[in-house]
Design a protein around this ligand. Structure first.
Ligand code: GUN
Ligand code: FE
Length: 423
């Protein structure tokens, strides 16, 4: 059934500029794709279409969380008194070890998905754990929910507790089981190859990950240049690599298939150049970078250099699953950087909105905009409690981003389908 939605429509076709349709219309076809957006109904082919009127509400693209650890949800908002490496050993690995138990995993994963749903995150790039069964469960839950996700069974076999260590053969077999079950063209939920980070993976395991990505043409996610001690450790472990990124690159894990790297706080010079050349996307995770004291990623520089950038919550290094707040944090970090270095302009609201929607969404295909051909991933925002009549449409959106929460999100759509509250 073709549908036409009427509301105040806002999205970012281009960086640094909002498209605004006051009392506008967006048409969506059977396949869930946008066929047109207009100020007048006459401009759209409305024959046979059902018209759904959202009145004085805002209609905007849904959120994309480009880096998040679902099995860290129990640690959300606690244990942020250490930097990355001791934080992993003391808090994160012990929590992830619990996911050997699929009943525990189910309880936590349902809680996690429900929170993502509340905040209007319709697509995610997700780390599971090393456990194949729990990761399968997470993928099934996303499928049942009707929310899009690239989900990774984590590969790790060194510098971690015995319970999270898997040999290379087991890692490949577990991945291949999930690939056989979930790697369907056009599926909303698909596998992603997920070496945890260089210190957790032997060269043999990194090699095997690269081969899996190539063989099944799967995307890749990992962590890159997050923390100074981590970077020094990688230099010891991979002395022949010119930089941290090059260590992934030699195993086919750096843009040979679509690749996203979390953090890149300290990425510069040749590593940055390699990311640009290979089209590797940055998942910027500002709350995580504050909480575990990693630093401030140079996002303005990345944009100037033409890198692809998206935003991630990085629970539980990050504490907040509300991606709208992540836009605010990202702007705030860029303003701190601006105070230190006035030759770099801070990020504007349309820039960060574009990063969070259209730029991030490109990792999933045509997602994150309402231009024709884009998958209709959308949120209907009822900002009545925020006194909408006193503000312009752009200020209404800004106030929702800064002050709003799940209570103002009235409807959520992923690929054209309304997504009901997950059970
Ligand atoms: N590097 C390797 N593993 C992790 C993780 O779980 N969280 C973060 N923030 N960085 C990592
Ligand atoms: Fe992470």
């Amino acid at each position: 059934m073709k549908r036409i939605y009427k509301a105040h429509i806002l999205f970012t076709k281009q960086k640094d500029h909002f498209e605004v349709y006051e009392n506008g219309y967006v048409a969506v076809d059977d396949s869930g794709r946008v066929t047109g957006v207009a100020s007048c109904l006459d401009e759209l082919d409305s024959e046979g279409a059902e018209i759904v009127d959202f009145g004085n509400r805002l209609l905007i693209p849904a959120m994309n969380d480009m880096h998040v650890h679902a099995p860290q949800v129990h640690n959300q908002g606690v244990a942020m008194d250490l930097e990355l490496l001791p934080w992993l050993q003391n808090y994160t690995f012990p929590e992830e070890a619990k996911y050997a138990d699929t009943r525990y995993a189910e309880r936590m994963y349902r809680r996690f998905l429900h929170t993502q749903w509340l905040f209007g995150t319709m697509r995610s790039v997700v780390f599971g754990t090393v456990h194949t069964e729990s990761t399968r469960l997470l993928m099934q839950l996303y499928q049942e929910a009707g929310m899009g996700a690239l989900v990774g069974k984590v590969a790790m076999n060194r510098n971690c507790p015995e319970a999270l260590c898997e040999d290379v053969k087991e890692a490949v077999e577990g991945n291949e089981r999930l690939i056989a079950e979930f790697n369907k063209p056009d599926a909303l939920v698909r596998p992603i190859i997920t070496p945890r980070f260089v210190p957790s993976c032997t060269p043999e395991l990194l090699q095997a990950c690269g081969e899996l990505a190539k063989k099944y043409r799967l995307p890749v996610q990992s962590h890159l240049s997050e923390n100074k001690s981590e970077i020094a450790w990688v230099a010891e472990l991979e002395p022949d690599s010119e930089n941290y990124g090059a260590a992934y690159d030699q195993y086919g894990l750096f843009g040979q298939t679509p690749t996203i790297m979390a953090h890149c706080v300290w990425t510069q010079g040749k590593e940055l150049e390699l990311m640009r050349r290979n089209g590797v996307m940055v998942a910027h995770c500002p709350t995580s970078n504050f909480n575990i004291a990693s630093g401030m990623a140079p996002i303005r520089t990345f944009l100037e250099e033409g890198l692809h950038v998206g935003l991630g919550s990085d629970i539980s290094g990050g504490h907040d699953l509300n991606m709208f707040r992540m836009l605010v944090y990202a702007i705030q970090v860029s303003k701190m950087q601006y105070q230190q270095n006035h030759d770099k302009a801070f990020l504007t609201l349309p820039e960060i909105f574009w990063i969070a929607t259209k730029s991030a969404g490109s990792f999933f295909g045509k997602v994150g905009s309402f231009e024709p051909g884009y998958e209709f991933d959308a949120l209907v925002i009822d900002d009545e409690v925020l006194h909408p009549d006193e503000y312009s449409l752009l200020h209404r959106l800004e106030r929702f981003i800064y002050l709003g929460d799940d209570r103002q999100i009235l409807h959520r759509f992923c690929r054209g389908k309304e997504v009901p509250e997950p059970r």
